[in-house]
Design a protein around this ligand. Sequence first.
Ligand code: FES
Length: 209
Amino acid sequence: MDSAHKVGNGCNAIPQARSGTGPARRHLLQAGAIAMAGLQPGNARAGSSDQDRMMRPRPGDLLVHAGDDRPCVAIDAAEILPGDAPVIAWAMDPETKLVRDGSRLNQIVLLRLDPATMEPDTMARSAGGLVAYSAICTHAQCTVSGWIQDRQVLHCPCHQSEYDPRNGAGVVAGPAPRPLAALPLKIAGGRPEVAEGFIGKVGMSQQNM
Ligand code: FES
């Protein structure tokens, strides 16, 4: 069990990354700060188990927006547009509708890229241009909630690490020691679906539930 468990609050825990412009065109969101500050234990849905909520994303899981006021509706592939800032998401069991928001280490960053710009390994893990990674920075586990539009890199607001989503979320700036863990996707029924669990270490931890 990781040290940052039980922080989710259904689909309302972590704000969704949003596009826009700002200083240095960085979209610094409050998600990481909120998450690092520690949230109250989640409101587990009826019939959900804490253990299942804490599980890392599983093959077949769908994705839902984190921090969205809407019900936990699975993300449709068509709503993630090229050039949009990434969204922060959770995995959801498609049968039970249980959202795996019991650990902030389960946060996922999802975005659409031009396939022509992807390195081969990234392409192999993508689906229809969509790529997903752990949203947990490998430096000190802040949420990688920022997006630098002009360079198309993911940005961690805590100590300015940057990751290239076109190249396996490799580190291109800052103190992060490793790439973000990758989450292979496939498209099923028009929706992105987890194809296999995280590849690589999530955050600073070697633990993957
Ligand atoms: S926690 Fe992300 S750069 Fe330090």
